[in-house]
Write a new protein. Structure first.
Length: 147
């Protein structure tokens, strides 16, 4: 988690966390969606990383994930989306949300470094228990993420 996320939760008010799947319904509109979520009052955005077997998600997110995969969305594209949104004025925290397999295959060190460069503020990895995340949390700490 970044200090930006911490600052959001340090306020004494409810926090609006919005979720969107990267590349859904079309890759070309994702940056616009992120900016509209910010202008609409979102405090934090969870950017869903598409996965081929999103078993912990309901049917709506499962379908969005499959459409995004058909659209060719991968982690590199997610990083480009965040970087482009940042260049266009996105200033609220963005957290990548997804399953561990794509993050692991990408490479944990590369993941954390590329995320920091793109402007990603944190990760929610739904199927990675904290007891098994030592390597990733260590890399996050080394790259300036607050745990």
């Amino acid at each position: 988690m970044s200090r930006l996320i911490s600052a959001v939760f340090d306020q004494s008010r409810p926090v609006f966390v919005a979720y969107v799947t990267a590349g859904y319904p079309q890759p070309s509109v994702t940056v616009e969606i992120l900016l509209k979520l910010q202008s609409g009052g979102a405090d934090i955005i969870e950017l869903g990383v598409p996965f081929s077997d999103p078993t912990a998600d309901g049917p709506v997110i499962q379908e969005a994930s499959l459409v995004a995969l058909d659209n060719g969305i991968d982690l590199d594209f997610c990083f480009r989306l965040v970087a482009e949104a940042r260049a266009n004025g996105l200033c609220i925290p963005v957290v990548l949300m997804g399953y561990y397999n794509p993050f692991y295959i990408y490479g944990e060190e590369k993941l954390v470094q590329d995320a920091a460069v793109a402007g990603v503020d944190g990760f929610i990895i739904v199927d990675l228990p904290i007891e098994e995340a030592h390597c990733l949390t260590s890399l996050c700490s080394k790259n300036g993420y607050v745990l």
